[in-house]
Ligand binder design. Sequence first.
Ligand code: CO8
Length: 256
Amino acid sequence: MSLVLKSLEDGILTLTIHRPEALNALNRNVIDALSAALEAAQDNPEVRVIVLTGAGEKAFVAGADIKEFADFDQAQGEDLARRGQRDLFDRVEQSRKPVVAAVNGFALGGGLELALAAHVRVASTNARMGLPEVSLGVIPGYGGTQRLAQIVGKGKALEMVLTAGMIDAETALACGLVNQVVDQEILLETAQAMAGKIAKNAPTALAAALDSVLAGYGRDGFGVEIQRFGQCFTTDDFKEGTTAFLEKRKPQFPGS
Ligand code: CO8
């Protein structure tokens, strides 16, 4: 089955990341499939708004695929982050058609970063969000160090990045990380209703509004993030963090 399911109705394209056996974790193939679907949507006049969600009731996206990068070196780590940001995360944020994320469960690491790149977020009551990267010996590498602070402010963002902890949907609503929280049974219809409201407006004005809001945020930090993300791959902490995850045990970080 395809890694990204597509359905187009009344101008709303719903893209569902479909890799349930790995809680929809983002490997290279998922990134490519999602990226292609977003690119195609830009040129399809029938698409007015895009809704992005994850398959199943447990996870939106549980992160980047840890198995895929566990044995990468610095250059490969940097390349992974750079290509991922360019091919997917920037493409979501810079989409001329508004993107609504329907966060239907765990949104962790790259999964939360994907939701952060969307323009609006609706979450189900069971959603859990966090950036657990530092618990793996790495940092958010898909724009999380930049976009989380832009959305919730530096203080809350640093708390989330440094503790690597998860927050629930109500906490996410209270700090502005998500725009709305509803029961999971009505999550998709709520996200699609919001998309429908947006879709009634002038497409050219929507694109101009997105462009204008984004212009207010600098891009320098993304480059620093890519570089620092790559450097993490040279550390013993990273080796220990990812190995411990794959061996399903708690890490013992050597601190080097
Ligand atoms: N990558 C790969 N596989 C994963 C991931 C992941 N991120 N998350 C879950 N899976 C797999 C599990 O390994 C497991 O597979 P298997 O059955 O073969 O062992 C399956 O999905 C089901 O997961 P669990 O059995 O762990 O389910 P639980 O209900 O016990 O736990 C959790 C659910 C809490 C979500 C747990 O799966 C978890 O902690 N997952 C990892 C979360 C995480 O750390 N995400 C961040 C990853 S790092 C990241 O995203 C970096 C972003 C920046 C990268 C930039 C370039 C790469």
